[in-house]
Design a protein around this ligand. Structure first.
Ligand code: ADP
Length: 809
């Protein structure tokens, strides 16, 4: 079919872009986090290094200050030595000179002085550790010391060799007393490079950018004492920078900014530092380190974090990309499988399918549609919907189109014209996707036909119900509501059908409602379906009705369908008949009973007469007498037979279960003599059934039937009588079959009449009442008796008796 929609492609792309955005956001957050932590750590590091720098600067300033103070002290000690002031005071030079020289040597070697010069008040060198004369600066400092009587410190300077020197001058007082006259001065010169510079330049830990510098202001310049780490070519005290460059040292010197400071150093580099003045000197000490160095670990950390995050994000992106691609492939495979399934479903569907473009032209159709319409599949795609649509007017088609476009789908019924012109009823569901309509077509012709058949059958049955002349009711078994009634019912009860439909059967049946409800329940359970009820009509008259009720299932609801028959007249007639029958029987019994009295009289007197007249009677007379006596005897026999007959059924109600086998045995016992005399073969079936009845009457029944079977035997063949039985459904059928003379079909009914004999009295003795009694016994037990016979071959007397209820069969 090849119908595939790029469903989900766009949303997939959108979700991909969304995820990318998410990644970017995550990246930004990570970057911000990294920067934040970088700032935090950098600040912490700067704070940490601040303390260190301050410590270093303070320590160095203190130590250098101490050194300066020490030098001053040394100068004082030297200047106040007795040998020195004695020498200068003009004492015995011969004696003092060696002492002074010794003191000079000790001080130079012991305390690391370069040179010690002792001058007198006229600035003449009295004694010196070297031959070198005092330079002009040194001289002026000495002069100043002598003039002011105060110690003078000669600022750090470079000497002719380029070494950094420090000079201390102390005036020498006469008698060593500072209140006495000045007799000269001692000049002690020290090499700063040996002690001061190492102290200055040494650092507590290795660092690529940390250094301590010492500077002082020199006019409009800042003069740097120390070896500069980043100006290694400039010897100490040679590097100068003009004031106004705003270096840390300058700030400290010019603006007295001490303690922790941040700014630029002599290179113009961003640094962090600590400045301290060196006590007693114009120098400042600045220990500083590049900000870059301090912050580097934090930066490295941040970079590592960033790099890790980047790697992580990259990794996630790769994983996502891979899984996305897999999902994409899976999706594509799924979609292909789905399309395949869809195509298969369409191919195998029993519903027709067609795809129609917006102009109404078919672009696809499945096998079912082809079967339905009779067009081959390739023919279908040349069709226009109007070729198929047999029912819709253009207006209707338009209306469907509008609905489909508005709701996206529609469902309606129409008719299709097949290729062969035949019409079929179809139900169509149409939906629209993109530029195509998808229509599923369900053939409902059969359903329509079935519906029509159902409608017709419904109408038929309705008529059968409504127009039936029998009184018909449809009753709800639980409530007894009359759900429906027909016109005959309306006529019978005298209520309109509508009225009947609002009534319950209790309004009509005059029995107690509980009793009626119980009977309805019996009917539902199929336990009883025949009832005799008193029904009251609209005019108040009560009629006896026989009702046949059977449960019917009407749409899942059990109702009782009842046929009501008015049997009032019949019942009355039956009662009448029963009464007259009883009266007749009573009469017959009384008559035959009363008739025997005079008959006995006639018989006795006839006997007396015969004895008295005896031989006096002639031949004719004796014959007449014999006839009279025989007539009386026969009459008695007849009357006895009649009495017997009328006694049947006078016994109480039939309740006992009687084994017919035993009844047959009893009968055979009574007939023993006859059986023996005639040599009758008499097989009796085993397991004769039992019935509810009167044992004596049933014995009598078999006595008569078996007796007759032997009595009416055929000449020339030995008699054979067999007793058998079969299951006749609701009744047992027992028979007595003989091979006797048989009975002509026209006599089959007559044989059961009272005093009816089929053979002459001469041939066989009998009074024609035996079978009448048999029939009465059988009917009294609710059964039937009939004859099957082929004259000349034998007769079968069949007795059908209802099966006893208790036996359950
Ligand atoms: P009866 O035997 O006293 O004549 P029944 O009423 O017993 O009276 O029988 C009526 C008549 O039916 C008999 O007269 C006889 O003709 C005929 N009949 C009865 N039983 C048989 C039989 N087994 N075979 C042939 N005929 C029979």
């Amino acid at each position: 079919m090849g119908i595939q929609e790029p469903v989900g492609e766009k949303s997939l792309k959108a979700s991909f872009l969304g995820l990318l955005a998410l990644f970017a956001l995550t990246g930004a957050v990570v970057a911000a986090g990294a920067y934040g932590s970088y700032r935090f750590f950098a600040d912490r590091m700067v704070a940490g290094v601040h303390d260190e720098l301050l410590g270093i600067s303070r320590m160095k300033a203190e130590r250098i200050g101490e050194q300066v103070a020490d030098r001053r002290g040394s100068a004082f000690i030297f200047a106040t030595r007795p040998a020195v002031w004695r020498l200068l005071s003009g004492a015995d030079a011969e004696r003092e000179m060696p002492r002074v020289r010794m003191a000079i040597d000790k001080t130079v070697t012991g305390q690391g002085y370069l040179r010690i010069v002792v001058v007198d008040a006229a600035l003449r060198i009295v004694v010196s550790s070297s031959s070198e004369p005092l330079g002009p600066e040194e001289l002026s400092a000495v002069r100043q010391a002598i003039a002011t009587r105060e110690p003078v410190r000669l600022e750090l300077h470079r000497n002719a060799e380029g070494e950094v020197e420090h000079g201390f001058i102390h005036p020498v007082f006469a008698n060593g007393d500072e209140h006495d006259v000045v007799v000269g001065a001692a000049y002690l010169e020290r090499n700063a490079e040996a002690r001061l510079l190492p102290l200055l330049e040494g650092l507590p830990r290795p660092s690529p950018s940390m250094e301590t510098i010492m500077a002082r202001r020199d006019g409009d310049e800042v003069l740097f004492l120390s070896h500069l780490r980043f100006r290694p070519e400039a010897p100490p005290l040679t590097f100068r920078q003009p004031v106004g460059t705003g270096t840390l040292a300058e700030n400290a010197l010019v603006r007295n900014e001490f303690g922790l400071i941040e700014g630029r150093d002599y290179r113009g580099e961003e640094v962090i530092g600590a400045a301290e003045p060196v006590p007693g000197t114009p120098w400042v000490i600045v220990t500083k380190v590049d900000r870059a160095e301090v912050e580097r670990p934090a930066r490295v950390l941040a970079l590592i974090v960033l790099a890790l995050a980047a790697v992580l994000i990259l990794l996630l992106a790769v994983i996502f990309q891979l899984s996305w691609r897999r999902r994409n492939l899976e999706l594509r495979a799924e979609r292909a499988a789905e399309a395949e399934r869809f195509a298969l479903a369409l191919r195998t569907s029993i519903d027709g399918y067609m795809m129609v473009d917006r102009t109404g032209r078919l672009v696809a159709g499945n096998a079912a549609l082809s079967r339905m319409t009779g067009y081959a599949e390739e023919e279908l795609i040349h069709l226009h919907v109007s070729d198929l649509d047999a029912n819709e007017t253009p207006a209707e088609a338009e209306a469907h189109m509008v609905r489909i476009l508005a709701q996206g789908s529609d469902r309606f019924e129409t008719r299709f014209r097949r290729k062969d012109g035949m019409r079929i009823d179809v139900e169509i569901s149409v939906s629209i996707t993109g530029d195509y309509f998808h229509a599923f077509i369900h053939d409902v012709s059969e359903r329509r036909a079935a519906e029509k058949a159902l409608r017709e059958s419904e109408a038929r049955f309705r008529q059968m119900f409504e127009r039936n002349t029998a009184v018909l009711l449809l009753i709800e078994p639980t409530s007894g509501a009359i759900v429906d009634a027909n016109a005959a019912a309306s006529l019978f009860y005298g209520y309109g059908v509508d009225r009947l439909r609002t009534m319950t059967i209790d309004r009509i049946n005059t029995l107690p409602p509980e009793e009626i409800a119980a009977e309805r329940a019996n009917a539902v359970r199929h336990e009883r379906n025949f009832f005799t009820f008193p029904h009251r009509l609209a005019d108040g008259e009560t009629r006896t009705v026989e009702v046949r009720s059977s449960p019917v299932n009407v749409g899942g609801r059990i109702l009782l369908f009842s046929i009501v028959q008015d049997v009032t007249e019949r019942k009355q007639a039956e009662e009448e008949l029963a009464r007259s029958n009883a009266e007749l029987e009573q009469f017959a019994y009384a008559a035959s009973h009363d008739l025997r009295q005079p008959l006995r009289m006639i018989s006795s007197y006839l006997g007396l007469l015969q004895r008295k007249l005896g031989d006096s009677l002639d031949e004719d007379g004796r014959t007449y007498m014999a006839f009279a006596i025989d007539g009386a005897k026969r009459m008695d026999a007849l009357i006895l037979g009649l009495l017997d007959y009328s006694r049947v059924g006078r016994v109480e109600t039939v309740t006992e279960i009687v084994d017919l086998g035993l009844a047959v045995d009893e009968a055979i016992k009574d007939l023993e003599l006859m059986i023996e005399e005639t040599g009758t073969d008499l097989p009796v079936a085993d397991d004769l059934p039992s019935v509810a009845g009167h044992p004596l009457e049933l014995t009598r029944l078999f006595l008569n039937l078996i007796g007759n079977a032997i009595k009416y035997r055929a000449k020339g063949r030995p008699p054979r009588v067999d007793v058998g039985w079969r299951d006749g459904g609701a009744e047992w059928v027992v028979w007595v079959r003989d091979n006797g003379i048989g009975i002509a079909p026209r006599d089959h009914d007559r044989a059961f009449g009272i005093f009816q004999r089929l053979v002459g009295r001469k041939e066989v003795e009998g009074n024609g009442i035996g079978l009448a009694i048999c029939r009465k016994i059988v009917e009294h037990h609710g059964g039937r008796i009939w004859i099957e016979s082929t004259p000349g071959e034998g007769s079968t007397f069949l007795v059908a008796l209802p099966k006893p209820k208790e036996s359950g069969t």
